[in-house]
Design a protein. Structure first.
Length: 389
């Protein structure tokens, strides 16, 4: 009888252990080559720093990263997502930066009922009637930073604004977001190719139309080229630059000198946010990388901290896909940006600040928070989402 009890106990331990996975496999689909390579580098830096803080795993379960370079191309992103899901058997996908890659890769994850969690923006396609239980944006809904700046432009009574954005989904979401709250007619709208280098045509049009300010959303190399050419044309003092956070992030500022000093931008996060979680993150990032983090790194770090808080309590039982989605949906964690929770469409409800590009006490060109402009901001599409909160 005693031996039978021992055998039963042993079986219970083995059976219980078999229900939990040995590790959580995360597919990191991000951009590591081409014009957006710097973004993927920041994403990986943020992910690795958060994993380091959590001891390499969630709730005692090790995390294995399966990393792929989407090159910023939808076709490559789709192929990699399918490989991650079918061959590598990942439990979730994250790290994606570009909207066009998200739209190409996400359906493969949805078909497998695997959470897809881009670390930057959430396209409008998945924010309203097209919302999906397996899609989460930890950054923001694509229109949101532009909605905030639209509100600011209206509050400050700007009459003549010119916009320059790339001709891709996030660029179109940018203009839609600005127009949602800024009701004056734009004096110019330029939609530029993702591989554009020379902005002389757009700059000549700006010189001719003399706007009060020029609103740009040109990430990475696009923004670097535009800002340098804009200053060379002598326009920075005539029509000041402004935009969303990603128009004036650290990756751009380190390459353009003092050209954007004074430029205003909206952001859900800033290096100088005073909450303890953010101070710890910025200090740890500076110690490891000898530079300030960008919002790309901040979003990736926050994403992994969110996943740790959500999935740690599952104790390795990640095969229950509904339990995984439910845990992410209802997560409570201390975000480095402060207030954070998911809306019904799995887009963030969060606060927004206004930043200015300044030279800090150490002589670095960076951003400083100058105002808090929105509390608990919700995107415009959430009411059309069929999911319940």
């Amino acid at each position: 009888m005693f031996k039978q009890c021992l055998l039963a106990a042993a079986c219970a331990v083995i059976c219980s252990t078999s229900l939990a996975q040995e590790k959580l496999r995360i597919g990191v689909l991000t951009t590591q080559s081409g014009p957006g390579a710097a973004f993927g580098g920041e994403v990986l830096a943020g992910i690795n720093l958060a994993l380091k803080k959590q001891g390499g795993g969630f709730g005692g379960t090790p995390v294995e990263l399966v990393v792929g370079d989407d090159q910023g191309r939808p076709d490559v992103g789709k192929q990699l997502a399918e490989k991650f899901l079918q061959k590598d058997k990942v439990n979730l996908l994250t790290g994606t930066v570009f909207g066009q890659v998200i739209l190409a890769a996400a359906p493969a994850a949805f078909a497998e009922k695997v959470p897809f969690i881009p670390t930057v923006a959430g396209p409008s396609d998945y924010a309203g009637a097209g919302c999906n239980r397996y899609f989460f944006s930890v950054g923001f809904q694509s229109d949101a930073p532009h909605e905030i700046m639209g509100k600011y432009l209206t509050a400050k009574d700007f009459k003549r604004i010119y916009v320059v954005v790339p001709n891709f989904p996030a660029g179109k979401d940018a203009v839609a977001g600005v127009k949602r709250f800024y009701k004056q007619p734009l004096v110019g709208e330029a939609y530029t190719p993702l591989n554009q280098i020379d902005y002389s045509t757009e700059i000549a049009d700006i010189q001719a139309k003399k706007p009060e300010a020029v609103y740009i959303f040109l990430p990475g190399a696009l923004g670097i080229n535009f800002i340098k050419q804009y200053k060379l044309a002598g326009l920075t003092k005539i029509s000041p630059l402004m935009g969303p956070n990603f128009a004036f992030e650290e990756d751009i500022l380190k390459s353009v000198g003092d050209a954007p000093l004074g430029a205003l931008n909206s952001s859900h996060w800033a290096n100088d946010m005073p909450n303890p979680e953010n101070r710890e993150f910025v200090a740890a990032f500076e110690k490891e990388h000898k530079r300030l983090p960008s919002a790309y790194a901040a979003n990736a770090y926050d994403s992994m901290m969110l996943l740790g808080a959500a999935l740690g309590p599952l104790k390795g039982k990640f095969d229950d896909k509904e339990a995984v989605v439910g845990a992410i949906e209802n997560v409570k964690f201390k975000s480095i940006r402060g207030n954070f929770r998911f809306n019904r469409n799995h887009m963030p409800i969060q606060d927004w600040v206004l930043r200015a590009v300044v030279r800090d006490d150490a002589g670095r060109i960076t951003n400083k928070t100058v105002d808090r402009v929105a509390a608990g901001h919700m995107d415009a599409y959430s009411q059309a989402c069929h999911m319940k909160m």
